[in-house]
Design a protein around this ligand. Structure first.
Ligand code: CUO
Length: 668
């Protein structure tokens, strides 16, 4: 809580930890003035901290307390890696607590929160601990800064219990003059940004302990999660009469889109810098961040990556060939492009995607002459707010697709499931017509008090508006003619029926716009089977309550097994953003359902109690990715010859149905 405040120490202890003058009340007490204590007698629980010999924190402490912190900056990564190692290395939870208490008052708050979160997620003895929502600790990364003044006013004037939520305006970052602003509800959505921050927390690209990075298929998931983000964004663009996002493939070209975040950092007390329209990337030379890299470095790395793709192999540091084949190729390429420490050759292929974030986020002050920090693209909690995020990732995805289109298309036996046919598909929204999905606006409250420093204490809520849809149920009829019980994986995708000009789409274009809605295993009895599945059960999403975890509705009892599951699993697309907004007159889409052969999909492992309910984009904690197929299957490759449209691609175990997504512009 309250990242900028010191930890309260009982008398005497402060001397041991030696934090001079950090605590306002301590500064006044020696001269005899009575100052109101912020913690005082109201503390319900006092936690004794063991006095241990503290590891060397000089490197983590080299980042100033009031600096911005970004994992995209190589120097910051090294600092974070050191602190993670320290938190991972202490022997017991008690010792971790002592080091954490000590570090909390000395280390930059963003850095501290990140390193401790990674350690708590990865230490075997802390896996059951609750991580508070990041948006509650650092609300400054998620909402309009004007809210904070109102929150403080409310807290000072109104007693707890009578406080009313502060309403965050619906679209505060730009006006209708800016067409890109139509996408505000997607780019600035709390749940989407939390998902992205959490994904990168679960899949860090650098750490002293290689095991933290080396998770099953992490490079492939980097490709897939971001590919799906771009696909989802494009469906939202169609929902706003905008064409597909234009990839940012010429690093010398001015960036047409500007972005003005309207956010202030509560840690650095500085505004997040904006980027004006037409900004050009320039060579970076920032002494403070130890960054000295040219745009031409980026171009060289990109050319080498393209060369590896076209040759079908990368070259490792010893000069050996690393094949980029059908199975492992995409995972290796993901690590090369991102890049992570698993890249076979970082000196050759560089750090293309990460430094793209850095170049863009420093484009307003590339040589630090204005003493400005990075823009929103420099932080995984804020990057998705900026329209250029999608242009950058559209380009990254385009390079991945360069590899994917070179793979052998799936053959009929790789797609079909002998004896199994899908004979009918329907979606039924609650209180609506079949095959018509309904979206609308909803308001939810988030408690900001954890991240803010004010007295008297107590909850203060911010109310914001987000997209929502009527929950729906899939009904899928499957015929099993094999004469025996069989198992299948049901794969459900949604895609646009037509392109931005209203024309039918070729498979090679449409496959890139297919968004995954769900994936689950079914048992099929001989004969007719009817499968029913609710949209809230989606393997892509986490439940609405988990995104807005302070709401207390449906929150499991403290200490219960359900609570552990509830707390672990912050990674996952927010359920309220499962389907695109659609259009008032209805957006025409195609819903695709496939039942694949489970014998070829299966991964042998125990999944119980391991946080597997948003596995499609996030994988499963401490487990293998629970699907043997390439992620994105069957849309990750080109269609077989002669099947240039989705309808020709279908085998008997697949089916499509026309679905309309209709938007009601009211707050319901
Ligand atoms: Cu998630 Cu570029 O990797 O933001």
């Amino acid at each position: 809580d309250r990242p900028n405040e010191p930890i309260f120490m009982e008398k005497g202890k402060a001397a041991v930890f030696d934090v001079p003058d950090k605590f306002l009340t301590d500064r006044y007490r020696p001269i005899g003035n009575e100052v109101q204590s912020r913690f005082g007698e109201k503390a319900e629980q006092r936690i004794p901290v063991r006095d241990i010999s503290i590891p060397d924190l000089r490197l983590p402490m080299s980042l100033p307390r009031d600096a911005q912190f970004s994992l995209f900056i190589p120097a910051h990564r090294r600092i974070a890696g050191r602190l993670i190692d320290i938190f991972m290395g202490v022997r017991s939870v008690d010792d971790l607590q002592s080091v954490a208490v000590y570090a909390r008052d000395r280390v930059n708050p963003y850095l501290f929160n990140y390193a401790l979160s990674v350690a708590l997620l990865h230490r075997p003895d802390t896996k059951g601990l609750d991580l508070p929502s990041f948006a509650q600790n650092f609300p400054d990364k998620f909402v309009d800064s004007q809210v904070f003044r109102q929150v403080r006013e409310e807290a000072t004037v109104v007693p707890e219990g009578s406080r009313m939520p502060i309403t965050i305006p619906r679209d505060y970052t730009a006006s209708d003059l800016e067409p890109e602003h139509r996408l505000w509800y997607f780019r600035e959505d709390l749940g989407i940004n939390l998902h992205h921050w959490h994904w990168h927390l679960v899949y860090p690209f650098e750490a002293g302990d290689r095991a933290i990075v080396n998770k099953d298929r992490r490079g492939e998931l980097f490709y897939y999660m971001h590919q799906q983000v771009v696909a989802r964004y494009n469906l939202e663009r169609f929902s706003n009469n905008l064409a597909r996002v234009v990839r940012f493939n010429n690093l010398r070209e001015p960036i047409a889109e500007g972005y003005f975040p309207k956010m202030d950092s509560l840690v650095s007390s500085r505004a997040w810098p904006p980027r004006v329209e037409g900004t050009i990337l320039r060579d970076l030379n920032r002494e403070l961040d130890q960054i000295n890299v040219d745009v031409s470095d980026m171009e060289r790395w990109r050319d080498r990556i393209f060369e590896a793709i076209s040759q079908g192999f990368a070259t490792d540091e010893s000069g050996n060939r690393v094949p980029l084949d059908d199975v492992r190729g995409i995972d290796i390429l993901g690590n090369i492009m991102e890049s992570s420490i698993l890249s076979p050759n970082r000196s050759l292929y560089g750090d293309f995607h990460n430094l793209g974030h850095v170049f863009i986020s420093y484009s307003h002050d590339p040589d630090h002459r204005h003493l400005e920090s990075f823009g929103v693209m420099g932080d995984s909690a804020t990057a998705m707010r900026d329209p250029v995020f999608y242009r950058w990732h559209a380009y990254i995805d385009d390079i991945f697709q360069e590899h994917k289109t070179r793979l052998t298309p799936y053959t009929l036996p790789e797609l079909n499931y002998d004896g199994i046919s899908v004979t009918g598909v329907q979606v039924s929204p609650e209180g609506g017509r079949p095959n018509v999905l309904q979206t609308f606006w909803q308001q939810s409250d988030v408690d900001l008090s954890r991240g803010m420093d004010f007295v008297p204490r107590g909850n203060v809520f911010a109310r914001f508006t987000h997209l929502q849809h009527a929950p729906f149920t899939y009904t899928i009829n499957v015929n099993n003619d094999s004469g025996a019980q069989r198992f299948g994986t049901v794969r459900i995708f949604l895609g646009p029926k037509t392109d931005e000009r209203g024309r039918g789409m070729l498979f090679k274009d449409q496959r890139l716009l297919m968004i995954e809605l769900d994936k689950f295993i079914v048992s099929l009895n001989p004969g007719q089977n009817t499968i029913r599945r609710r949209s809230t059960e989606s393997s892509v999403t986490i439940p609405f309550e988990r995104t807005f975890r302070n709401l207390d509705v449906n929150r499991p009892a403290a200490g219960s097994a359900e609570e552990l599951e509830f707390n672990f699993c912050g990674c996952g697309w927010p359920n309220h953003m499962l389907i695109p907004k659609g259009l008032p007159e209805g957006m025409n889409c195609e819903l695709f359902v496939m039942v694949s052969d489970y014998d070829q999909d299966r991964i042998e492992q125990q999944l119980v109690g391991s946080c597997s309910d948003a596995a499609s984009y996030c994988g499963v904690r401490d487990r293998l990715y629970p699907d043997r197929r390439a992620v994105g299957y069957p849309f990750d490759r080109l269609s077989r010859a002669g099947a240039d449209r989705l309808v020709n691609f279908l085998t008997p175990n697949m089916s499509i149905v026309d679905v309309v997504v209709r938007h009601d512009n009211r707050v319901v």
